[in-house]
Design a protein around this ligand. Sequence first.
Ligand code: ATP
Length: 199
Amino acid sequence: MKIGLYGGTFSPPHNGHVRFAKLFVEKAALDKLYIMPAGIPPHKEADSWGTPQARLEMSRLAFGSFAVVSDYEICQPGKSYTYKTLLQLRRIYPKDALYVLVGEDMFLSLDTWKCPEILFSAATIVCMHRGTDMREHVEAAGTAYKRRYGGNIIYLEEAPLAVSSTQIRQMCAAGQDISALVPAPVAAYIKQNGLYRYE
Ligand code: ATP
């Protein structure tokens, strides 16, 4: 059995996230994918653009047709730490079953995450290239992680969509059309709820 975990702020989820999530399911031959919007993301500024509930709802709209969108981290008190979520999943699934997807920007900072040794021992880390010029750094970081923590790392080479949530929030704030960059129900939700009108 193969179980994937893809966490993020998802403020908002965009077509790049959806594409990566689908590729993750396909390339890692997952039986189930958990999408995990972070409650309070440890690496980001306070979420001033959308409540956790809005991010959860938009994640359901974006990923719900092919993945399980979990409110586990959003319901936890304090900051969201992936190692804690993994330990929770380990209560249900065996170690070899778990795969965690991270974009290469996140991959480069994995050893600054809380309890990296648990991350690497509890799951296989799947790093998706985002088409940036970070490849050399990514490979060097992967070698260093393996030396320090052991564990398994898989690299997926897929042409990414050049889109970020930051860009979408900025476009919304500028009154621009985001419909080509996010799933249609997410665009409708943002419009209906007047999200991201002020960056
Ligand atoms: P922000 O612009 O607010 O920093 P983001 O677009 O990077 O947000 P996150 O929610 O922080 O989105 O990302 C969650 C995960 O998705 C991270 O591992 C990140 O590397 C990855 N990711 C984000 N955008 C893309 C993209 N266009 N293609 C592939 N992976 C992406």
